[in-house]
Ligand binder design. Sequence first.
Ligand code: PRX
Length: 629
Amino acid sequence: MSEKFDVKLDEKHYIPDPRIKAEAWTRDYETTYGEFLNDPEKFWGDIAGELEWIRPWDRVREWSYPYARWFTNAQLNITSNCLDRHVLNHRRTKAALIWRGEDGEERIFTYRQLAREVNRFANGLKSLGVQKGDRVCIYMPLVPEQIVAMLACARIGAVHSVVFGGFGVSALNARIHDAEAKIVITADIGVRRGKTIPLKGIVEDAIINAPSVERVVVLRREEPQVELLPEMEVDYHELMEGADRTCSPEVMDAEDPLFILYTSGSTGAPKGIVHTCGGYMVGTYYTTRHVFDIKENDIYWCTADPGWITGHSYGVYGPLAVGATIVAAEVTPDYPDPGSYWKIIDDLGVTIFYTAPTAIRMFMKHGETWPQQYDLSSLRILGSVGEPLNPEAFEWYYHVIGCGRCPIVDTWWQTETGMQMITTMVGEPMKPGFAGKSIPGVIADVVDRNGNPVPPGTGGFLVIKEPWPAMLRTVYKNDERYRKYWSTIPGYYAAGDLAVKGEDGYIMVIGRADDLIIVAGHNIGTAEVESALVSHQAVAEAAVIGKPDPVKGNTIKAFVILRTGFSPSEKLTSELTYHVRKTLGPIAMPSEIEFVERLPKTRSGKIMRRVLKAQEMGMDPGDISTLEE
Ligand code: PRX
């Protein structure tokens, strides 16, 4: 797809009740944005000053293109801000975490209780020899222990790499391998739609050729308990049992790594995005507070699993840093019925709800009668993330769920950005289809290939023009890949998304410009699925494209050339689908496989996926001068 396209912009907008603006943390967007532009370092320094540091910074920002350092020489521990700070103030007995299981089980942790769990588990990890800088892989279901494990790593300065519990053996193996994880923390099972997923079994297979792994910690949820392998596997609760309730926070430099999170790349190998302690803390704290306009009595629910960046930044670190009550639930939006989310909102009185467009579109499909069975009047603010919130979905979310009362924050950001970058701040006019403007603290724009801003209504590349505190610092063991973010469009951070700006500066994000497919809000690299397919003995070559889907945004279609001796059959189709499911996990499964004789390629042998896509959708393939045949 070329960047040259024109979009007819619908100028429809909604103006929220003026009281919302009058009471918001960011009362006046334009003024705040002006203050930021006037003195970015003062802006970010003031925000950082609201948090606790062991040692203050010398400089707010040091920028040596393309490398930034934030809060230089400052020392901190993010868990002191997420936990200790609240335990020592009026939030000591406030609920930090309300967890719901699929069967309705509920567990509540006050800030004091959560801090204690984290400290004990941190001591447990230490007893296994985990030290500052060691990588720990967390492959768990969405249970409180997953959050405890993350915070415990942060407490002792270990770098966590959370891998989503829906990933399969080889995806997990690749992530453990790349990070050289010393410890893997898992559970016997995850629960999804009434079925169990054998996480421990998957870990056993995934660590076969991962010599870095010394021990596996297993949270046993099922009775009778699964057997643990002596020497290698340790029971989560046994590790906690003898452990001391206090663990002093490791002194971290602001630029020390906090975590690695893998995201799909346009090559086969996932990229380990590295985030650091200081800037990430400040960026997620600030955006959580201002974008969600979170107040002391809010009950905040981000539906994302901590296996994704949304779960890290807005399911765990951001909301705990502001001292919020967070809801976490091991539930699926349509199980046991499409009322499961609305029931939780009703039961717990959720006030701020943050979810993905794919879920909203699925709810639309099931109709209004489901939400109408529940009392959703507690809701105050609605959020969306992960892919474009199309105008139809916006309208439905706004009217059916928010009853025309709640501002919608459609937040654009990425694993790499660490924090939200573009949205419509609460109280500002909302335009369906448009995420909004740069959040104060961020300078986003839409430009052409050379970095020149494009006129309103013309498509271009979404870029960030100045560094921001929560930005990625590198790609683990692949700094060249990091530099590429800043060199594709000279001088700017290129997000890899196509976007359009309206006359008023509002930004509409169109979608990816590269070989990533967003399926139900999850980033999947075409190359990952292709290499999973060719790892099957029947497959010679494969090409994968995203096909627009009314609910999931996209589904995956694979074109496959078979090796001689194999012929197309339904059996083979399901075998290949299952093969991808097993290697990468259910989210990467193709929903369609077409057997072909040839694939369109460039002279240099690169598969031209856009030609396949155009053909599939009956569109003009655009420039095919590089096509071989
Ligand atoms: O294409 C954009 C889309 O999701 C990509 C980032 O994916 P990931 O790193 O997995 O992080 C997702 C959660 C932050 C972006 O490059 N995206 C994310 N939010 C939006 C979006 N597209 C349009 N509108 C959004 N609000």
